[in-house]
Design a protein around this ligand. Sequence first.
Ligand code: HEM
Length: 544
Amino acid sequence: MMFMFFSHSPIYLTKKRRAKKENGRAMDPSLISGMTPFLGFLLTFFLFSLFTAHTRRRRAGYGGSGRGSLPPGPPGLPLVGNIFQLGSNPHRSLAVFSKTYGPIMSLKLGRLTAVVISSPEVAKEALKTHDQVLSARTITEPIRAVDHHKNSVVWISSSLVLWRFLRKTMARTLFAPQNLDGIQAIRMRKVEELMSLVNNFCERGEAIDMARASFVAAFNIISNALFSVDLATYDFNKSSCEFHDAVVHLMEVTGKPNVGDYFRFLSFLDLQGSRKEAKLCVDKLFRVFQEFIDARMAKRLSQEPKEASSTDMLDSLLDLTQQNKDEFTLDNLKHLLLDLFVAGTDTNSSTMEWAMAELIRNPEKMVRAQSEIREVIGENCVVQESDIPRLPYLQAIVKETLRLHPPAALIPRKPESDVQISGFLLPKDTQVFVNVWAIGRDSSVWEDPMTFEPDRFLLREIDVRGRDFELIPFGSGRKMCPGISMSLKTMSVALASLLYCFDWKLQNGVVPQNIDMSEAFGLTLHKAKPLCLVPIKKPTLSSS
Ligand code: HEM
């Protein structure tokens, strides 16, 4: 999911960028250099701010309690507030702060007031009781630069007619149950291709980068569901296609911290160039979308209506633009396509990577999962989506992975009017974050929370569909993720296939206990060091 906050290391990186990140995850140098003018500005205004800070903080209600004031929170510096206290993993810093300041606390991020929610009870109050008021999101600079905030289902408020139209459109096309079944063949084909790629690595005895391989599969599932073509390639040595790179770069740009978000009056300076970069990427992507649209329109014109038999989403969307000329323009259509690529690829692949990382660290759990799958599927078969309900341990693994490693660690929301939560006042436009990561690791919610223990979901009836607030990796309420079913289907069948067809080992004598599990916060919560595993073919299965 595309949420930006403080990050230095976003999403799926191109080869060059990934190498750069691996050498220095702690602080992105481009961030420091990008912020140099900003730091100069800060010094200039520091004394002035010291003078006025006291008054401002009192007015903002810091440290107060009860009706009419913001929740308590850590003291910050004048002007910048708590920005520099959050570090490169804000979800972790915020979880630590919440131990002192409680399950609802406030911070100052430059000029922005933020409220962070870190318990299931308060999350329920925000996302269920006050769902309607809290169904907007704070718009960041790169998003604003490309007018995405006026068109995107992710970014516009649920009170807008366009949002309702877009959600209905997704629910009736891409995510409609009959369509999800219809594009099952696409998912199966892409999983098959992934297995054949893994098999090549297996035959060469080489390690495969799990996230990268899963990312290409997830990307091509979306591109085929939308346009009936592959838009990413497994050829890791070839610079992959322009379109795929532009999506990846856009995710990086929008995942970076941005001075203009914390000091709106500086945004016109575009100090880090992120507005410009985002615009370049989106222009490129929209050009490609336009080519697809033109080609499809031409094909439709040259065919008799009864011959038009395409099954992808582009046809359904083009029909909608013709039937609802005022409500749904070609521009709206392109923004929707963009949302689906950005929201639906990296989330899936990073969950796959974390699941495999947890399993390789817990070999007995990997063996248990493999035994379950191999027993249910039998010898020399292919895992089908219809097999998944008979694989409870595999499903528990997916949930446990999402508990410990939610791709959207901080879910951003914004109240459209003043709202009272847990007795505190959140003024209109406060930046609200639900710290899903902290809830998933809270010892008052979960027994032995730091242990990867899928069994907990076999013993306890708890789901990820936004009703159990202890586990809300897909969010909850009206802005909840619409891709949940598609995502669970894709991840389950891909993971089951990887475990069914291959055994796995670490490369170069790395022992499971030494796997680096550190995180890189970005648009999604990534594994900072890519997980590379060597696949080994099961001797009992034929190698066909
Ligand atoms: C592991 C996979 C995924 C996770 C964990 C995930 C998580 C999330 C979360 C936390 C939100 C925000 C919910 C809220 O505000 O309450 C969200 C929104 C969204 N997701 Fe996902 N997502 C995943 C996969 C997908 C896929 C595959 C798609 C589409 C192909 C998708 C499309 C969207 C869209 C369009 C929204 C915006 C909804 C709105 O604001 O109205 N997601 N997702």
